[in-house]
Design a protein around this ligand. Structure first.
Ligand SMILES: [Zn+2]
Length: 328
């Protein structure tokens, strides 16, 4: 999946390079119309360059001297060209290809063969697009996470105050992103609405995407819609849907938001098991958030789903008052 995304970006880069050549052609022709001598010079230089190749191929006697002579002529022509352009006030850059990125000339790779920063950035942007999170993450990330919104007084029978509890979860979330490639545990967030579950998922998603990790973030409702479109309506399936369906299994991290909000039936239960189980086997991480209690989860979903969640997920309960209704 990652390779497909990289290939897509490469195609865009090739387009950019072609565009740069085309733009140069247009500028060149303008100059040729204005200054016919420049056209003559360019043609002459091109002809001489071909001559050099020919000489190298046929290896006549005195080869080096011949090449040296031609190179000198070319240099003289270049000087003349430069002089004319300068006199007419045409900037040098006018007859060069102009690239978006001067580090890699829009090839995506630096001279040392490393992926250019601009290419990495394109990859990250692409990951944002496919995660279906878009601009939301600019607002909801670890930097904007505000613990002061949580009450610091005892809540029901819970040992920790909502603030202390959220702090523990936050610490665990940070650990999750810091050790993403090394860990084999997944995350389950449960608790009522408006307690920061989705916000926490967004923080994790953004942090990992910024590191170039492929994250698919879907509400359970949307996820099952994607699956049924893929299974039952394949001939009409859109490309976007095909991508999303593939990512349910292949993304490095799948975040299923609001599990339990889908219509729960034997189809969705079977699919959910397949997803959870396949991702465990293939060592892909999953985060599930749900408004359902653990009792309800065990009641609604099959035993084999519940036992996977209990054994392979770190489970965190969110509790407290709805922070969304609080004024800051
Ligand atoms: Zn670049």
């Amino acid at each position: 999946m990652r390779q497909e995304i990289v290939n897509g970006i490469r195609k865009d880069y090739n387009k950019k390079r072609l565009q740069a050549k085309e733009d140069l052609n247009i500028r060149q022709n303008e100059i040729y119309d204005m200054l016919p001598r420049i056209k003559k010079i360019d043609q002459e230089i091109a002809r001489l360059s071909i001559n050099i190749s020919r000489i190298i191929l046929t290896k006549p006697e005195g080869l080096l001297n011949m090449i040296e002579d031609i190179r000198e002529t070319i240099d003289t022509l270049k000087e003349e060209k430069e002089y004319i352009l300068k006199k007419k006030g045409v900037p040098d850059i006018y007859l060069q290809e102009v690239y978006h990125c001067s580090q890699c000339n829009d090839s995506g790779y630096t001279a040392e063969g490393n992926m250019c920063f601009c290419f990495k950035q394109s990859l990250i942007n692409e990951l944002y697009n496919i995660s279906s999170l878009g601009n939301l993450l600019q607002k909801e990330n670890f930097d904007t996470f505000d613990l002061s919104k949580f009450d610091d007084i005892a809540y029901g029978k819970e040992k920790l105050t909502p603030k202390e509890n959220t702090k523990v979860i936050l610490k665990h979330a940070l650990e999750f992103v810091d050790t993403f490639h090394k860990r084999d545990r997944n995350l389950l967030f449960y608790g009522g609405t408006g307690l920061g579950k989705t916000f926490m998922c967004n923080c994790i998603a953004k942090d990992l995407m910024d590191k170039g990790i492929i994250v698919l973030y879907q509400s359970s409702f949307k996820m099952f819609e994607t699956i049924s479109e893929h299974k039952f309506n394949r001939s009409l399936e859109s490309y976007d849907n095909k991508d999303s369906f593939g990512l349910i299994y292949e993304s490095d991290l799948l975040i299923i938001d609001d599990l339990g909000a889908e219509s729960i039936n034997s189809f969705t239960i079977t699919e959910l098991f397949n997803i959870i189980n396949t991702r465990l086997i293939t060592d892909k991480k999953t985060i599930i958030s749900t408004n359902l209690s653990l009792e309800k989860l065990s009641e609604v979903y099959s035993d084999r789903i519940f036992s996977r969640l209990m054994s392979d997920y770190d489970i965190f309960k969110f509790y407290g008052k709805d922070i969304r209704t609080k004024r800051v």
